[in-house]
Design a protein around this ligand. Structure first.
Ligand SMILES: *Cc1c(COP(=O)(O)O)cnc(C)c1O
Length: 435
């Protein structure tokens, strides 16, 4: 697989180049140039295949000869000491639990594969990972890279817009992990990161690399759990499922669409959002209108200009009808999110976090509106309910358990540098510290 930006499709990068530069030389996102047909490989997977095997075999099939099977097994082995779990909710809905990693959110999968790939491909040079985070990205990335030799991590997060626990996870690691508290929104943080990557002086002095979902090395491994879930045919009662993806920056949904493009069978996809609904709006109207993000209970999905939309569009050659035929959507406000959490708790004794609740509500509406019976909808459970204990308690009256690995960081002192949302301040810090 080779990668290129949309404007310069002939200026192609290897996986290694795309991994370390993060963004193409023209400032655009990297897209896979060709999508291989992996349908035979994927069809051969069944219940007995481990997540690690899926990760190793699919990444080798995508990235050979750069990553051969032995390298792919080393990367998967170092990255994934945990696996997804598929759990039934009711007749039509299942949860794909993606929160069994070290920071209890799905972003561990992408971040750890990225870190392990860089470790495999880094040739003695020093690099700086620069990340904008709305919460979970930062902690997953910080954790994945913490204490790795020759890598510095710089995290930008919006002041006052991440939960107390998320902030503790971002700011207490220390060592090679530097947290920057930006006076602004997540979109400001993302804009700053993009501006830093475009800045000539920074590019000359540092080896800047991204690790949020715009990095192809984080995006590709997110396809593995769609493929692994689709192979659980017995649990799914035989039929290819529909995947319902709680979405913000749309990395997860894009990865699912890639898997489908490579030959994974799926009945379709559902893009589930909170009131930050630019993509559902596009699917309805054919017009894409980014706008400032609004704050909601599912704060990791408060994105007004999703970075990965361009990749979804590219996959369908800009054909709106083509995308609409595969991707449905639903929009859920905070009130419905709380109600969905309440219902899952009272009817099934399940506690879910607010992001997963958005997906569960959209799946419920889809099944109710579906004329065909027997639809199996797999909802991606993106975070552990313990990460959003306050909201869970408010919605259900129950206090979710906080996993031990999260409880530990609550007691540590916060270390963060406060900054305004301007590139000048960030670039001074970067040059003084790392050039
Ligand atoms: C990041 C995140 C999302 C949104 O995922 P995207 O890939 O950005 O669409 C949803 N839920 C949680 C818990 C997240 O951390």
């Amino acid at each position: 697989m080779k990668f290129a930006s949309r404007l310069h499709p002939h200026d192609q990068a290897t996986f290694r180049q795309a991994l370390f530069s993060g963004i193409a030389p023209d400032g655009g996102l990297y897209h896979p140039v060709d999508h291989p047909d992996l349908s035979a490989l994927i069809a051969a997977f069944d219940e007995s295949v481990t997540f690690n095997d899926v990760a190793a075999l699919v990444s080798a099939a995508l990235l050979a000869p750069e990553i051969d099977e032995a390298a792919a097994r080393r990367i998967a082995g170092r990255a994934f000491s945990f696996a997804p779990r598929l759990v039934r909710i009711d007749g039509g809905r299942l949860l794909l639990e993606l929160f069994h990693g070290p920071t209890c959110a799905f972003k561990d999968f992408g971040a750890r594969f990225l870190a392990a790939s860089m470790e495999e491909l880094l040739e003695g040079e020093r690099c700086q990972i620069l990340v904008a985070t709305s919460g979970d990205t930062g902690s997953a990335v910080a954790n994945a890279f913490h204490n790795r030799a020759n890598i510095d991590v710089i995290l930008l997060y919006p002041s006052g817009r991440v939960s107390a626990l998320q902030e503790q996870q971002l700011t207490t690691l220390g060592g090679n992990v530097h947290a920057i508290e930006v006076r602004g929104s997540f979109d400001d943080c993302q804009r700053l990161v993009k501006a830093a990557f475009r800045d000539r002086r920074l590019r000359a002095a540092l080896r800047l690399t991204s690790a949020n979902s715009i990095n192809i090395g984080r995006l590709l491994p997110q396809s593995f759990y769609f493929i692994h879930a689709a192979a659980q045919r017995r649990v799914l009662s035989g039929a290819p499922p529909r995947f319902c993806v709680p979405s913000g920056n749309f990395g997860n949904l894009t990865a699912g669409l890639y898997a489908w493009h490579w030959g994974m069978e799926a009945a379709g996809f559902l893009a589930a959002t909170n009131i930050n609904d630019v993509v559902p709006d596009y699917l309805k109207s054919g017009v894409y209108t980014p706008r400032p993000s609004l704050r909601t209970l599912s704060n990791a999905m408060d994105v007004g200009h999703p970075g990965n939309f361009e990749r979804m569009e590219q996959l369908f050659d800009g054909n709106w009808r083509g995308m609409k035929a595969v991707v449905g959507s639903g929009v859920v406000d905070d009130e419905r999110t709380l109600w969905s959490m309440h219902q899952l708790s009272s009817r099934f004794g399940m506690l879910v976090d607010p992001h997963t609740a958005v997906g569960c509500a959209v799946a419920e509406d889809f099944i109710e509106g579906s004329k065909r019976g027997g639809e199996q909808v797999v909802v991606l459970a993106t975070a552990h309910p313990g990460k959003f204990a306050e909201t869970v308690k408010k919605a259900t009256g129950h206090e979710p358990e906080l996993p031990e690995r999260l409880a530990r960081c609550l007691a540590l002192p916060k270390q963060a540098l406060a900054m305004g949302p301007e590139l000048a301040e960030l670039s001074t810090f970067l040059l003084e510290r790392f050039a």
